[in-house]
Design a protein around this ligand. Sequence first.
Ligand code: SF4
Ligand code: SF4
Length: 362
Amino acid sequence: MLRDPEVVTTAEPRVVSQAEQTVGVSAGTAAVIGLQHLCQRDKPTTAYLMIGERCGCDCAFCTQSRSSTARSHFLSRIVWPPYPLPHVLHAVANSFAQGDIVRCCFQVTVFPGYLQHTLSVIEQLHALSPIPICTSIVASSLDAIQALLESGVERVTLALDAVCERVYRETKGGDWQSRLKLLRLAAERFPGRIGTHLIAGLGETEQEMCTTLQEMVDRGIMVGLFSFTPVPGTAWASHSPPSLSSYRRIQVARYLLATGTCRIEDWNFSPMGQIVSYGLHPSRIRELLADGQAFETAGCPGCNRPYYNERPGKTIYNYPRPLSAEEIETAISFALAELSDEQPVISPVPISNDHETRRIKA
Ligand code: SF4
Ligand code: SF4
């Protein structure tokens, strides 16, 4: 997928552009770190910053893609107004010191010199604060990933987005296998420090999603799970998001796999690739899902991404906070609605909140 491969070092000093003197700050983040006023019910617990604007890549679902006509300060559903870089980095460091945020995430687009610029920004923030930093970036090599980790990044996220070759080709237009290969190598070389993003609803089957989820869990790769969200100005503006029941099944799948409760081999799928059984009795699944964590935003520790996939007051795909009892009941009902009634009862591995915390949040 990489259109503009970066090298880790450059012989020539780079001219810093106007855009590089600023950084995009998600509207919710800007409010939390004191850059603007905004009433928000669910505040971000991570500072989300965007490095770069229009991207050299052309992902069909992305507002920043080369051919997108969406306003340039949008990414996903979120508006990211630019602010002066030093001001933002100090605000992030202060907010972390005060306990308002627990992490800083840099979402990086592809532009000339993007790796060097990202390394410089990370070094600046790392020098100011011990805040855990992650970056979602199109890294082209293990050397680039190592440079990011050495500059102060705690976790590097290499977004696959699409869970299989076919969907990757249709939505991102590149070579899924080579991205997957780099992800596998990175997970081996830098255990516990590599993540990926997967988007449900790009045309994959639930079985294809579960197969990739299982591989990511097996390789210790943290998964940030998203639901596809159509945004005006993108090539896929008129496509539909996944049905809520399908997304709930995928959230349950991710949770059961990440907690080691069961494996994909235990599950059954319909001929169309829809999950029809997790190999557990429905009453046992209800027990396992009773705290609602399966339906909360999944990703790096402290990443809650409010309103990335949903509008305020509308259906919530990823809950950015613990669910109410009523929300848990509704979410479970959607998840279980289309499962077969004939599941075999197997002995599940018991889990506790502590276990979940260690496996997913830590
Ligand atoms: S998803 Fe990432 S790589 Fe693709 S166009 Fe958007 S910013 Fe670029
Ligand atoms: S999971 Fe969240 S914090 Fe981690 S890279 Fe993705 S968006 Fe950033």
